[in-house]
Write a protein that binds this ligand. Structure first.
Ligand code: ZN
Length: 362
């Protein structure tokens, strides 16, 4: 892992003589070569987001992107007369991406230098590099999932949601209800597993143990009647957030052992973790068992610990824990004596009945 470069999550394009040939305000007419159009489309297919940082007349440049039929590929475009380093920072802030995951391509050495000076973590490229970007490892994710291909749409929907939230005066709970959120919890099948693996790799902040379960391990567990592998997707009236969580559970007679819980930080603001844990507590209560959850504090998953504590998990001892084997060094077992929990008030839940063992082989 350590010798692979950090994947680029967003490429920021200069326009004049980088994305298109010509200088819009001087030449009046510019040309987008087919090879560059192909790069834009392929990056999008790989789930790499794209934006624009251009010193240009905003309306004129945006109209030109529309005329070329590529405007839809660019999120949070910064077309203004300000510094490009400021534009790059704004794009990273809007997307909530670390600067080390941002790349910037510009034909002008002074613009690249200005960005490099303020943001040494941002990788910069010249116009001559563009056609070879697709061959570079930092632009080549190993797994391209359905969600990766739809990532741009999801981020676009996020931008619309944020705008709506900014203009909304009511309390958060009312805002959440206005989104018509639907959480679907599903017993995973083989097709879900690649989505899940990508999620567990990307969600270190919200992974309860920091333990990475490989595709192969999870696939193996699909057939094990003592294990449940569940995937969680979230959608609302703006569209889907895709796969946002994975949960791995082992059943014992007196206790259900939660071995893995990872959720995307994209959906923390929707209270998705709390809704999920409450549902699980309620299911375990109906089955008459306690819950034990593996937890290992890391410097990034404090929010997950808060979610567990908030749901009622404690560090108390219980006889049931004798049957639970934790999966790695430094992992604690959090414990909960279950009781029925009410349905969520902020979203609709579609879920399997875990009290009926999943007898059908998948
Ligand atoms: Zn117990």
């Amino acid at each position: 892992m350590s010798d692979k470069p950090t994947l680029v999550k967003c490429l920021v394009w200069d326009l004049d003589n980088t994305l298109w040939q010509g200088t819009l305000l001087e030449d009046g007419e510019v040309h987008l070569p087919d090879e560059i159009r192909s790069v834009i489309v392929e990056l999008d297919q790989r789930g790499i987001l794209q934006s624009v940082a251009s010193r240009n007349d905003h309306d004129l440049a945006w109209k030109q992107l529309q005329a070329l039929g590529v405007d839809e590929y660019f999120l949070h475009p910064q077309i203004n007369w300000g510094n490009k380093s400021t534009s790059v920072q704004k794009i990273a802030d809007k997307l909530q991406f670390a600067l080390k995951t941002i790349a910037f391509v510009d034909d002008r050495p002074n613009e690249r230098a200005e960005v490099e000076f303020h943001h040494p973590e941002v990788r910069t490229y010249t116009e001559a590099d563009v056609l070879a970007l697709l061959d570079r490892p930092e632009f080549s994710p190993e797994v391209v999932t359905v969600d990766a291909r739809r990532r741009r749409e999801m981020y676009r929907a996020n931008a619309l949601r944020d705008e709506e939230k900014d203009s909304f005066d009511g309390p958060d709970e009312a805002f959440l209800r206005s989104l018509d959120l639907v959480m679907a919890i599903k017993r995973a099948d083989g097709e879900d597993i690649s989505r899940v693996e990508e999620l567990t790799l990307r969600t270190s902040q919200m992974n309860a143990t920091g333990v990475h379960y490989s595709d192969e391990t999870l696939r193996g567990l699909l057939k094990d009647p003592d294990h449940e592998v569940l995937t969680i997707t979230l959608s609302d009236r703006f569209g889907t957030h895709g796969a946002v969580g994975v949960l791995l559970l082992e059943r014992h007679a007196a206790v259900w052992h939660l071995k893995l819980l990872a959720t995307s930080c994209r959906v923390v603001t929707f209270g998705a973790g709390t809704v999920l844990l409450n549902w699980l507590v309620d299911q375990a209560a109906q089955a008459g068992v306690h819950l034990a959850a593996d937890f290992k504090p890391t410097d990034r998953n404090r929010m997950m610990e808060i979610a567990y504590r908030f749901a009622g998990f404690t560090s108390d001892a219980c006889d049931c824990l004798a049957t639970v084997t934790s999966t790695g060094a430094g992992i604690q077992s959090l414990h909960l004596v279950t009781e029925r929990r009410p349905d969520p008030t902020t979203m609709r839940l579609i879920s399997p009945d875990l009290t009926v063992a999943n007898a059908f082989s998948r």
